[in-house]
Design a protein around this ligand. Sequence first.
Ligand code: AMP
Length: 423
Amino acid sequence: MTFENLNLLPQILVSLKTKGYTQPTPIQEKSIPHILAGKDICGSAQTGTGKTAAFAVPMLQLLFNSKAHQRKGIKALILAPTRELAQQISDSFRDYGKGLHIRHTVVYGGVSQHGQTNALRSGVDIVIATPGRLLDLMNQGFVHLNTIEFFVLDEVDRMLDMGFINDIKKIIAKLPVKKQTLFFSATMPVEIKKLSDSLLKNPVIVQTTPASTAAVTVKQYVYHVKSENKKALLTYILTKEVKPHVLVFTRTKRGADKLAKSLSVDRIKAEAIHGNKSQNARQKALDRFKNRNISMLIATDVASRGLDITDISHVINFDLPEEAETYIHRIGRTGRAGATGIAISFCSPDERGQLRDIIKLTKNIEVVEGHPYDASQSSEEPRRKNGQQQRRSAPRRNNSGSGGNSGSNSNWRGRRTNDRSYR
Ligand code: AMP
C-alpha cells in the first residue's frame, strides 16, 4: 500500500514525501479511506503508530475539497490532553497542510491567551485545544463551536485520567449534532466505550495493535535495584552508552527536579519537565532535548504524554508507574514508527507488585543481572508462582568489586539469563 493508493491530493503527497514517509502506517491505511468517506471512527491505537496523520491528512483533504476557507467559523476541533500533544498536532497540521490554505491555531493553558485570541479573531478553520483553555475562551466569547463539521478526541483515556471528563462533556454540548467524529484512545476501558457509544454514529472500529501491548520494536529490560542506588545505576548505564538520547520517567515532579539536579553534578546534561513548570520552560527544555543540546529529559507521566521526539534511544523508568498501562504509554515514546528502541525499568524491592502487573500486560521483559547494583536477591523480593523466582545455580557475582565486572559481564546490560526472562 502506498499513499498514492489512498487517493490523496497531490499537495498532501508532496508534504508526506517531504516528511520522509514512504508508506502509510497500518492505522493510516485503515482510517484514511473511511474518514475520506465521511465515516465516524473509533480508533484504538498506541502512541507512535502515526495516528495524528491518520486523522489530520483526510481532514485536511476534506476541508480543502469543500473550500473550507470560504466559509465562516471554525470547521474542525481537535481536543488533546496536554499542551505538548496539542502543539505537536498543530505542527502536524502545518506540515501536512502545506499549500492547502487551511488555517489552524492551537490553544492551551499556561501561556497568555493574547496570541491565541488574536489568531481566533483573524479566523481559523481548525482549532487544536486542551479542554480547560478552550472552555475558558468559549466562556469569554472568543470561540463558537456551532460551525464545527469535524470533531476529534485524541488520547481519550489520558483525558479521562486527567479529570477532563466534565470539561469534555461541556464542550460536546456546544457542538452541532451533525458532524464527523473521530475518537482515539490507546485503551478502551468501559467508561471510554460508553463515551464513544454516546458520541459516535455507526463508527468504523479501527484497531491496529491490541490495546495494552508494547511495540515489538522496543526491547524491554528490568534492573532490580535498591531505591537509594537508582541514580548511581542510571549514571552507570548512561556512561556505557554511545550518545544516548534518553527520556527518563519519575513518579513525582519533585523526584524529576531532584534527579536533574543531582545528574548535573555528574556532568550529565538533563532537564526536567512537569506540570509545575511554565509552558515556556517546558517547551525550551523540549527544544533543547530535540536539538540534542541535552541528552536527557526527565518527565512525569502527565508532562510526557504525546511527546513526539522521533529518535529517543532509551526510555528509562526510574520509578515504575502505579498503573501497568502507563508503562505501555511510556515505552511507546521509543521504538516509534518502526525504529528500534530500548526501554529500561528500575525496580526497587517495594515496586515488585507494580512490576508483576506490568509483566501481565507485556511478557517480553528481560531481567538484567550482574550489574553493580543488582538487588534481585533482596530478601524483600516476593515469591513468584510456578518457581519462576528460582534462579540458576550458576554462580553469580555481587559485582561490588572491580574484578567482578569483567568478561561477558562488562557489557552494561550485565548478564541476561533466559530462565529469569519474563517472556
Ligand atoms: P503519532 O503516532 O501520530 O504521534 O506519530 C508517531 C511518529 O511517526 C511521528 O514522529 C510521525 O512523524 C511519524 N509518522 C507518522 N506517519 C508516518 C509514516 N507513514 N511513515 C513514517 N513515519 C510516520
